[in-house]
Design a protein around this ligand. Structure first.
Ligand SMILES: [Zn+2]
Ligand SMILES: [Zn+2]
Length: 196
């Protein structure tokens, strides 16, 4: 089986588990297996092959609908994974916005989407099913960064995610202005409690 076929097969197992209404635990196991296989069983950041795990770039408590989406996962080694979670001790405070308490490092998320898209391109794997983010999730990213949800971004879905996070942080003033103009949409999203 060549690499692409193997990745497609793993994706098929994930999709089948989701469609069959399998438990979250089971779906997450298939999701994690897919992410690590797609990323070539190495840390996408430092290329270490030791103590790997699949990390949710936007954490699943804030974005439960993206918890099985392939574009929200990246393989990280233990050290890089600790970095990704640093400054965020224990359980998330779901009543606070996403970037409160330095809990979620938005620039780090931007960086992870950047290296993920670059890795996909370099390894010729940049396909929207291998790096999937739904329209709804991309719309939420845009709202959070102060864009209208219909604002078009170029590229594949994971590239769009990177551009949304990157442009938001490049224009803090514009972002603040626009966020004030529509506080409800962004607040609703990042203060929402998961249905668990
Ligand atoms: Zn690493
Ligand atoms: Zn993680």
């Amino acid at each position: 089986m060549n690499a692409i076929t193997e990745i497609e097969t793993a994706l098929g197992r994930l999709d089948a588990a989701i469609k069959a209404g399998s438990s979250d635990h089971r779906c997450l196991r298939h999701w994690s297996e897919f992410i690590r296989l797609r990323d070539g069983h190495r840390c996408v950041d430092c290329h270490s092959r030791r103590r790997l795990s699949a990390h949710h770039i936007c954490r699943k408590t804030f974005l439960p609908e993206a918890r099985f989406q392939t574009g929200n996962g990246i393989t990280l080694c233990n050290r890089c994974h600790r970095e990704a979670h640093k400054g965020f001790n224990g359980r998330p405070d779901l009543s606070s916005p996403m970037d409160a308490q330095n809990g979620e490092k938005l620039s780090y998320m931007e960086r992870l989407y950047c290296i993920l898209a670059q890795d996909a391109k370099a390894r010729r794997l940049l396909r929207d099913d291998f790096y999937f983010l739904s329209d709804q999730v991309l719309a939420k990213f845009k709202l959070f960064q102060g864009f209208e949800w219909q604002t078009p971004f170029p590229g594949s879905r994971v590239e769009q995610a990177y551009l949304i996070w990157a442009q938001g942080s490049l224009k803090p003033a514009g972002r603040c202005a626009r966020r004030t103009a529509s506080p409800h949409t962004t607040d609703q999203f990042f203060r929402v409690r998961p249905s668990s």
